[in-house]
Ligand binder design. Structure first.
Ligand SMILES: [Zn+2]
Length: 152
């Protein structure tokens, strides 16, 4: 079972595994991603509401890892759902990944390309040092390899 967070719907995450999410995620989605959520629910996606006891356990774990301030109600409940369903959590959120790791919940990351664009990654040439906003296989100027660089 793969438990999907909002970014999984926004980034059109695909898996052949059975999937689940929580009702709070639906409230964070708009337009096409909300439609995608509804369509996946219609084709068998499980909606899970975790027990309050599990939610409290996740909140304690988030306090232990120092991630509590970074996590929304929805985030906490997604980790709780993955924990209860003994599933994989699908997210690119680092705070959620940290807490999941502490609870030994496996995490799947979403396709990096789309996420990287949203975070405004830059690509820097290892040869001439030029920076590009788009990814290229090779530097268009000198032909060296590019590496990712986060401007923030
Ligand atoms: Zn170059």
């Amino acid at each position: 079972m793969y438990i999907l967070d909002a970014s999984a719907f926004i980034n059109e995450y695909h898996t052949d595994e059975p999937v689940a999410s929580i009702p709070l995620v639906r409230e964070e989605l708009e337009d096409e991603s909300a439609y995608r959520f509804d369509a996946m629910e219609g084709s068998g996606m499980h909606l899970h509401i975790p027990d309050e006891g599990t939610v409290e356990r996740i909140e304690r774990a988030a306090s232990d890892t120092g991630d509590a301030g970074e996590l929304s109600r929805t985030d906490i409940r997604l980790v709780a759902a993955a924990f209860e369903l003994d599933g994989h959590l699908v997210t690119d959120d680092y705070a959620m990944q940290n807490v999941a790791e502490k609870l030994e919940v496996p995490v799947e990351v979403i396709a990096r390309e789309g996420i990287d664009e949203q975070r405004n990654w830059h690509f820097q040439c290892g040869g001439c040092g030029r920076e590009f906003e788009e990814q290229h296989d090779r530097c268009p100027v000198c032909g060296s390899g590019l590496s990712r660089k986060n401007p923030a």
